[in-house]
Structure formats: C-alpha cells, structure tokens
Design a protein around this ligand. Structure first.
Ligand code: TXA
Ligand code: MG
Length: 320
C-alpha cells in the first residue's frame, strides 16, 4: 500500500493538472482533476480515447457528489446510502463546474464514490473530484494490478499508486437517473435485483442487455488482443486455451475459473492479461450461468467475443 507521503504527493500532482493512476475496488483508474479541462484532456491523449466517450467523476463524500451534479433525486439518496462507497456509478444532470470535456458534451455526468481506501484518501487529499476512466489504452483490457497499468500506459502516467490486485475485478455498474425511469447502462457486480430492491423497477439499455451485440469500437474496449470465443466446443485448429468452471475440455492449456460470480469476476481480467502474453490463437471461455449475479461477467465476455466475431468473419470463420 502507498505511504501517506506518497498519497499526499499524488494529490499534489492531481491539483497541478497531472495524471495519477490509482486503485479502486473495481479496476485501476487514470485520474485527473475533474474541474480542470486541460488535465482531463491529458487523460484522453494518454488513453488514445475518442472524445465522444464520457468519463466517470470520482468523489470522496456525498457533499462532493452534490457539487458535481445539478439535481440529486430521492433515488440517488437511497442508492448512495445502500451502495456507496462501492462499485455503482450514477448518471445525473451535470453541474456547470464540470467541463463538458469530461462528459463528452453530454448534459449528464457519471458519479461514483469508490470504496478503495487509497482512492478515498487520494480524492480527499486532492480536495477536488477526480475524473478517471479505467487506466488502460483505448481498446485494451482494464487493469486490475499496478503492473497492468505500467505495461499499458507506462510513461504516459505521472505516478502509479500501487494498492495490490483489485477486489471486484470488473468495472462498476452504471445506472442513469437522469430521465424518468432509471436505466441500467452497464451491468456490474451490483446487480439489477440489488438496485430494484432499493428503487423499484429499472429499464435495461439495449447495449447492456446484449440482445443484439454490435461489435463497434465500444465493444472492443473490453477485449484482450487474442481472439476470444464463448463456447462449449474447441476450435478445429490453432492453439487454444480453455477457461472452464464446470466441465473441462481437452485443450492445449486449461484454466480452472471459480464457479462463483464474484470470484470469477475478480479473476477474469487478471487471467486474460496473462494469457494475452502467451501467444494463443484462441481463448475459449465456457459459457457462464444465466443468473443475474453473472450479468456483469456475461456482459464483459460478450463484448470481448463481439470483437472476435468481426475478426472471425474477416478470417472466413475458422472456428467451430
Ligand atoms: O469501475 C469503474 O467504473 C472504473 C473505475 C476506474 O472507477 N471506471 C471505468 O471508466 O470503467 P470507463 O471510462 O472505462 O467507463 C465509463 C463508463 C462508460 O461505459 C461510459 O459510457 C459510462 O461510464 N458513462 C460515463 N459518464 C456517462 C454519462 N454521462 N452518460 C452515460 N454513460 C456514461
Ligand atoms: Mg474502460
């Protein structure tokens, strides 16, 4: 864990408009002062991220959350009381103090209070809300260790705070409270039933539901470089590694994944980062169960394989 001095130094860098990568309970974030348009611009450049993709603003208190939004509905109160600090991002009407660069020109802003003590200490010491996407280059996997950040972004970051491997392992649940009915924009480890228990029925955005995956740039965001397929069958040719949790198949290499959603999510990106360095032709993943506790994991696997679908079509469907 970083020392108090290191955190104070990181906070000074944030205040000076520089970039600090830091651990959250979900994945590592690439942070900058959310009130400083120039600092936020550096995030987009370091990631190679298109300006059309809005950033999440991280806060250390409910008071700070209210500074970045224009409205704080009752539903936000209930959800924050139940799930903050934690892996839930709320999309709300944006306050004028947040530069439009942060929100990709949208009139709404994603806000989240992370549970990781290093993230909390950093934001508190900086005294400003911290805009932070996942600390990976655009189109690459989110980092769950400081080493992943080093490998992916290296010199583009002014400082990396190392808080060890992250606990949740996939990105936060994103829920919009900006319109009439709440809308789930990105599933995560706080599930739809958990949210509905607090605020009643919520709608699910088509992209979050996965009915008709469109393998665009956004889908690639969650992909390893190695083609990934979700299947109970192995490809007919090529070197394959098989990730299984119930039934093992005779692939060249197999990796036993946890048979429980929280632990599966915690391991997923770490395993994919590692396998991505090993030169496999295919990563095949056993389909995960249908239950709502698996929604976040299923969504990330679907996005990763949607990117592969495009490659498979171009390669003349060499698999399965
Ligand atoms: O767990 C997480 O959320 C991590 C850690 C670092 O907090 N952050 C993260 O950020 O995953 P990023 O930038 O990789 O993903 C942000 C997601 C995107 O799907 C984006 O579209 C959505 O949040 N988002 C942010 N602001 C939004 C807004 N105003 N309206 C709709 N969606 C928004
Ligand atoms: Mg990301």
């Amino acid at each position: 864990m970083p020392s108090r001095d290191e955190i104070l130094h990181a906070a000074e860098l944030i205040r000076a408009g520089r970039l600090v990568a830091f651990p959250t309970e979900t994945v590592y974030g690439l942070g900058a002062n959310a009130l400083d348009a120039g600092a936020v611009e550096r995030i987009f450049r370091a990631k190679g991220r298109p300006a059309t993709s809005p950033l999440i603003v991280h806060v250390a208190s409910a008071a700070m959350a209210r500074q970045v939004v224009r409205a704080w509905p009752e539903a936000a109160d209930g959800l924050a009381a139940r799930f903050w600090p934690g892996p839930l991002t709320l999309v709300l009407p944006k306050a004028p103090a947040i530069p439009s660069r942060v929100t990709a020109g949208l009139d709404t802003v994603g806000v989240r209070m992370p549970a990781h003590p290093v993230a909390q200490a950093l934001i508190e010491a900086a005294g400003v809300p911290v805009a932070a996407p996942s600390a990976n280059r655009f189109t690459q996997l989110s980092p769950t260790t400081a080493e992943h950040v080093r490998q992916g972004l290296g010199a583009a970051v002014d400082l990396i705070l190392d808080g060890g491997p992250t606990e949740v392992g996939i990105e936060s649940t994103v829920l919009s409270l900006a319109g009439g009915t709440p809308v789930l924009l990105r599933p995560g480890m706080i599930g739809k039933p958990d949210l509905e228990a607090v605020i009643g029925p919520i709608a699910v955005a088509e992209a979050a539901e996965g009915a008709h995956p469109s393998p665009g740039m956004h889908e690639r965001h969650y992909s390893p470089r190695t083609p990934l397929v979700v299947s109970r069958k192995l490809p007919v040719s090529g070197n394959t590694v098989y990730l299984w949790h119930t039934v093992e198949l005779p692939a060249k290499k197999t990796v036993k994944m946890p048979n429980e959603a929280n632990r599966f999510a915690q391991r997923l990106y770490a395993v994919l980062h590692e396998l991505d360095h090993e030169g496999w032709d295919w990563i095949v993943v056993e389909p995960v169960p249908d239950g709502p506790e698996w929604d976040g994991v299923r969504d990330r696997l679907r996005r990763a394989s949607a990117a592969t679908d495009g490659e498979r079509r171009r390669a003349g469907d060499r698999v399965i």
